[in-house]
Design a protein around this ligand. Sequence first.
Ligand SMILES: Nc1ncnc2c1ncn2[C@@H]1O[C@H](COP(=O)(O)OP(=O)(O)OP(=O)(O)O)[C@@H](O)[C@H]1O
Length: 296
Amino acid sequence: MLELKKVSIAYKDKQVLQNLSLTAKKGEIIGLVAPNGTGKTTLFKVISHSIKPDSGKVTVDKTYSYQSEKQQVAIHKQLTTFPDQSELFAELTGMDHLKLYADMWKGTRTHIPTLTASLKMDHYVKKKVKTYSLGMRQRLCFAMMVAADTKIMLLDEVMNGLDVENVAIISKQLLDFKQQDKLVFVASHLLENLDLYADRVLYLRDGQFIHEQRFHEKQSDYIKVGIKKDQYDQLCAAVSLPDNHVYLANRLLCIPFDVLSAEQQTEWIQRLLEYKGTDLTIGPLGTLEYYEKFYA
Ligand SMILES: Nc1ncnc2c1ncn2[C@@H]1O[C@H](COP(=O)(O)OP(=O)(O)OP(=O)(O)O)[C@@H](O)[C@H]1O
């Protein structure tokens, strides 16, 4: 559905994306993770063609690739980007914004009452935007994308400023998008939230994807135990830790589980259980743990 081929872009002498390639299909939710200033927004801008890459190509549905105005229109009919709150019109109501997006993309307004009810906006959607709190505006921005109902959605920091209840409401809607066969990208710093709905998470560094975490495929298991730095140092001095173990953010020791023999697995579990007061778990690394591995 969407393909990026060897995309590169620099702002003056700052290379932001470098030969980056990606294939994404409908019905996928793809998390995009990296520290501030790495290039997530730039990637979205390239996908939506609000900036032109220095080299490389973006193709939608194997046919359209921004090579003519006609192709741009064809792509933009099926793609929306998350509006910035600064783009909202203070004197218009939330409902006005929803109608605008519904008219521009979907061509019908019949779905608006259902969406305002499911996003719990009915009590404020008919008031002017200037009366909204930060979280209400953010929910409206998200609702505008639901109103547009395009096949491809690029969500940059959609959960910003939202409380727990609103994060849950939007997370549920994202799962509905998956059922509706949409392709959704979510750039987020709310890492554990991505674990709830993403099919895969891409980690961006130095202009490239350095890791892809696929939730539907078997992932390597680790024995994970929370230990302090001095405990870790003592352990390193006392025993030889297995290759490829990671010690994350001075808090969590993760030892690859699958590569150990049954005997070694038992030995390590027994040894690590001696750290009283800490939880020991066995399982794959989560999004937060990968983040700490790559960027801490
Ligand atoms: N118009 C621009 N001109 C010059 N440099 C820019 C421009 N836009 C972005 N940059 C730089 O490109 C890099 C990537 O920025 P980008 O906004 O894509 O990062 P990001 O990963 O989305 O960050 P954040 O998590 O803070 O939103 C940053 O170093 C930024 O300063």
